[in-house]
Design a protein around this ligand. Structure first.
Ligand SMILES: [Mn+2]
Length: 449
């Protein structure tokens, strides 16, 4: 945790911003793996972490905006709990740790809620939490209070210095992980497998007392964005290994970084040509991202660099403006240029990205590719985001679009299909928006091969 004043100040600000009624902030519960006492690793809800900070299951905070009273509810450990898992704090002690005066048994929550017409809460994502919330709230009180979402999002999207330091730590450990991948894979004698490399990455974050911010992606099929599998076979020289990995600190701030590395240490001329376009797009983002600029415009700037580059290679043709406005470039760059990062690797995704990443004037596009941009609005000082352009050759998508005769004026399908074995390239770093630009978080990791 940070010091308890941090949480007290954040809660005061939240109550003032929401204005009236009750704010319900449930923490997460343990989730069974195969039976009740064998659970998945516990991950606290990020909004609960932000306002309460206590990393333990089955707690629920209630903030009364009308009176300013704060409560923390939870169950005290039973004698059996103490025998099996050791002594843990009582609910009174937890409340003290976060600077809350009132505490009580989980069942006492209903008495407090009964007399209040307005209850603000977010959509829960764990079924146990959802059931718990349903059990204490009457059905006419609806979830996902817009006032609560916008109050939380406007606070969490601007990072405090202590949060930036924490993300920087996550990025630094993630950088050590990427450096390990680079050292291993560029060795001309490399005979490791994706699985072995992934296993070694676990060792790096676990020995720091950290965890991953998402399951590591270590694959020579970089064109599969969330490739869940890793091969046991030794890496093949000539392939590109993509490692999209992130450590999460013990305060649960995320890092998220990607390197695309030539197996054996040297890219082919064809690989290098595509790699340099991605690198140029990443540089364009570094040069564009600053307060006052919109992230949508940053995305389009990167799309322009990718489009121009792919035109030079002969994969795209025609007017750059038309390729971008009609979305033809998205065959090769189908995702957004980056996302907010913080207590979640996709920060606040569970609040509904359209609720804070878009608004009345900037609606989410329905166009393939551009619709995957997670945040489109203005950049402000002390926001943290990822900068992650990529170029991919997805055989399924190239064949599908060709069969549908999509953008035949812009896409050279005959040439594109010769890249069917290429895979994909992404280069990703975490950035902080400063007062007049942006900077990389963590130590910069090699990206020239
Ligand atoms: Mn990312």
């Amino acid at each position: 945790m940070f010091d308890k004043e941090t949480y007290a100040i954040r809660r005061q600000k939240l109550m003032k911003s929401v204005g009236n009624g009750i704010i319900l902030l449930p923490g997460n519960f343990e989730t069974p793996y195969n039976y009740a006492s064998n659970t998945y690793p516990f991950r606290q809800d990020s909004t609960f972490l932000y306002y309460i900070g206590i990393d333990a299951p089955e707690l629920c905070a209630v903030l009364d905006c009308d009176t300013g009273n704060e409560y923390l509810f939870g169950n005290n450990p039973t004698p059996d709990d103490i025998i099996w898992t050791g002594e843990t704090p009582t609910i009174e002690q937890y409340a003290q740790m976060t600077g809350i005066k009132n505490s009580g048994n989980l069942l006492q929550i209903t008495d407090l809620l009964r007399h209040n017409a307005i209850i603000h809460y977010l959509k829960p994502y764990q079924s146990k939490v959802e059931n718990f919330v349903k059990s204490i709230i009457s059905s006419n009180q609806k979830e996902n209070s817009p006032a609560l979402i916008s109050a939380i999002a406007s606070m969490r999207k601007i990072k405090e210095p202590q949060e930036i330091a924490e993300i920087e730590r996550a990025a630094s450990i993630t950088g050590i992980m990427e450096q390990f991948v680079i050292d291993t894979v560029t060795d001309p004698a490399c005979c490791e497998s994706e699985k072995k490399i992934r296993a070694s990455l676990y060792r790096i974050f676990l020995k720091e007392g950290y965890f991953y911010s998402f399951p590591p992606i270590v694959t020579t099929h970089g064109e599969i964005f969330h490739q869940p599998y890793a091969s046991k076979e030794p890496l093949q020289k000539g392939r590109i290994l993509l490692a999209d990995i992130g450590a999460e600190t013990d305060r649960h701030y995320a890092g998220d970084m990607t390197r695309s590395v030539p197996v054996g240490g040297k890219f082919s001329a064809q690989q290098k040509e595509i790699y340099n376009i991605v690198l140029d797009a990443q540089k364009a983002v570094f040069n564009t991202a600053r307060p006052g600029e919109t992230w949508l415009n940053v995305h389009l700037t990167a799309a322009r660099v990718i489009t121009e580059g792919l035109k030079n290679v002969g994969l795209l043709k025609g007017s750059t403006d038309d390729i971008i406005s009609q979305g033809a470039y998205a065959l090769f760059f189908p995702h957004g240029i980056g996302h907010l990062i913080g207590l979640d690797v996709h920060d606040m995704e569970n609040l509904g990205e359209d609720n804070f990443g878009y608004n009345q004037n900037t609606k989410r596009s329905t166009q393939f590719g551009r619709c995957n941009l997670r945040y489109a609005l203005g950049l402000e000082e002390n926001m943290t985001l990822t900068n992650e352009p990529g170029i991919y050759f997805i055989p399924y998508l190239m064949q599908k679009w060709q069969a549908e005769k999509r953008f035949t004026d812009f896409i050279n399908y005959d040439k594109a299909l010769t890249y069917s074995d290429f895979g994909g390239i992404r280069i990703e770093d975490d950035i902080l928006i400063t007062h007049n630009g942006c900077r990389i978080l963590g130590t910069e990791v090699k990206k020239d091969f």
